[in-house]
Design a protein around this ligand. Structure first.
Ligand code: UTP
Length: 438
């Protein structure tokens, strides 16, 4: 194959003589699916540092709602949900390497009394939202080749968590080859290239290529809520957020939490060159990281929690937009004469598209500032910060607050059955046994 010589990748066929015809076919098909020009250009540009000094970075003021506004937006959002105008997309194609769980991250049990998986906790929100709205919001779950089967099996074996198979759709995102430090594409076996999911920004083309945007359109969907799999307390399709987005009249809205401290490694929603954008922790110069506003709060404090609403029209526009590839220096396993070598240290690159890179295609976006304790507890690491333990603690605290407000006199440690209560409602005048797990 001439193309391999051109891009210095002829090692991909190094074991051709030892392969069966079927294996050769598989490998050739993989090779044909690769855009070598693209891979070469991402690799060549991987060390290009985004210099925020060249950009005009400015703070974006997020909105905090008072109780009256919340109530107003809740009603407005619920109305839209009832009308079938809202769909949900879950981005669950990531590898979850930091957590180190065998299997899709969504199948992980964070150790709550109910022992529900992250997917199950999310399904519960759909159930309680259905109880509030009378409508079954469609749930589109993005997987990747590596975790698709296990994800679907988890839903199937749990009877789709009683939400109805017809309301849940799975689709796969695309993959890109992993590349070693020397620029060579890594192999996984003698006849397989080592491919990995192309980042959560792959969601646009994958929704499109699977015909799902058109499906949403014909179903009358106007707003799409997109979120990540690892926020164990995510308020999925939160009616307040839906109402807030509709009221803004803008194409994109995001929820954010205040950064805990200037060094918290979270991207900040702000403006860059007069358009909304996210500036990564590493890109924000120190003086900006520490700068305070008039109230003494961090000026750049809108932490991104991967909780967004896009209008369907804008989502459709995103399909054709070109967004950059980001590079992560990672451990890359590779096959060679000695078989598959497991990397102990980073030795190669993973290229990823980020969903938020489309923000800049809008003139402005609406940002809703929410309370971390009520809305954001990501499960990223095995232990320490952002771990199953921190998620468990936060959820149990929130549920204790709900139970106390509903008139229960109980200790910390009861988990509310969120399939009957979306946000603390529907708990009064019931027995503790009926509404909780312990
Ligand atoms: P992360 O950036 O936390 O990546 O993803 P990850 O792969 O889950 O975890 P690590 O870094 O390997 O430990 C943020 C969200 O984007 C999704 C993830 O599933 C998560 O919901 N994602 C990430 C995708 O859907 N596809 C991808 O290719 C990458």
């Amino acid at each position: 194959m001439k193309i391999l010589d051109k891009y210095n990748q002829s090692h991909l066929l190094a074991y051709k003589d030892q392969l069966t015809e079927e294996e050769i076919k598989k490998l050739e098909n993989q090779i044909k699916s690769i855009d070598f020009d693209l891979i070469q250009s991402i690799f060549d540009n991987k060390d290009k540092v985004i210099d925020t000094k060249d950009n005009l970075v400015a703070p974006l003021v997020a909105t905090k709602l008072n109780p009256q506004d919340k109530e107003h937006f809740f009603k407005k959002g619920l109305e839209s949900i009832k009308e079938g105008e809202v769909a949900v997309v879950l981005m669950a194609g990531g590898q979850g390497t930091r957590l180190g769980h065998q299997g899709p991250k969504g199948t992980y049990d964070i150790g709550l009394p109910s022992h529900k998986s992250l997917f199950h906790l999310q399904a519960d929100k759909f159930l309680s939202l259905r109880a509030l709205s009378g409508f079954s919001v469609k749930w589109y779950v993005m997987t990747s080749e590596d975790n698709h089967r296990e994800t679907v099996d988890h839903f199937e074996s749990s009877n789709y968590f009683n939400y109805g198979k017809e309301n849940i759709h799975f689709f796969k995102q695309d993959r890109l080859p992993l590349v070693l430090e020397n620029g060579q594409i890594a192999m996984k076996s003698s006849h397989e290239i080592n491919l990995a999911a192309n980042g959560n920004g792959g969601v646009f083309s994958s929704l499109h290529s699977n015909g799902l945007l058109e499906e949403m359109q014909s179903n009358g969907v106007k707003y799409v809520y997109l979120y990540g799999v690892d926020n164990a307390i995510a308020k999925i399709a939160d009616p307040v957020f839906v109402g807030f987005t509709i009221d803004s009249g803008l194409d994109v809205a995001s929820k954010s939490v205040d950064k805990e401290n200037p060094e918290e490694k979270v991207g900040v929603i702000c403006y860059r060159d007069h358009h909304p954008d996210i500036v990564e922790y590493s890109e924000l110069p120190e003086d900006m990281r520490y700068k305070l506003d008039d109230e003494g709060k961090l000026l750049y404090r809108n932490g991104n929690i991967v909780s967004h609403i896009f209008t369907l029209d804008f989502l459709m526009d995103c399909v054709d937009k070109e967004i950059p590839y980001h590079t992560a220096y990672k451990k890359v396993d590779t096959y060679s004469d000695n078989g598959l070598i497991k990397a102990d240290n980073p030795n190669g690159y993973k290229f990823e598209l980020f969903l938020f890179d489309v923000f800049k295609f809008t003139e402005d976006m609406a940002v809703l500032s929410v309370t971390r304790e009520e809305e954001f507890t990501p499960v990223k690491n095995k232990e320490g910060a952002d771990s199953p333990e921190t998620a468990r603690t936060m959820i149990l605290k929130t549920h204790h607050k709900w139970l106390t407000e509903a008139g229960f006199n109980c200790n910390l440690g009861y988990e509310v059955n969120t399939s009957i209560s979306y946000d603390g409602e529907n708990l009064s005048n019931k027995t503790l046994e009926n509404v909780t797990f312990k």
